[in-house]
Design a protein. Structure first.
Length: 84
């Protein structure tokens, strides 16, 4: 391996092989994750419900002054005697 810490012939030159920086190729994963967390928390704070918002509520049912119309009675079906 190129940066094998077990290699006895490696060049130490004061560099810690276990510590990586962006120039060592560790990438932008950690800064982008930190930025995503900051944006997420900011959005939660910005779009949090405020104290003056109105919500839906169930009020009492409306009272009727006249009775509800009843459906018309159904006529029984016509029956005929079987013919032979």
């Amino acid at each position: 391996m190129f940066d094998d810490p077990r290699d006895l012939n490696r060049d130490l030159s004061g560099r810690d092989p276990y510590r990586q920086t962006l120039s060592d190729g560790s990438g932008w994963g950690a800064p982008i994750a930190l930025l995503a967390v900051v944006i997420l928390i900011g959005a939660l704070i910005a779009f949090a419900p405020s104290g003056n918002q109105q919500t839906a509520s169930n009020g009492p049912a409306a009272t009727r002054t006249t009775p509800a119309p009843s459906p018309a009675p159904m006529a029984p079906p016509r029956t005929t005697a079987p013919s032979q």
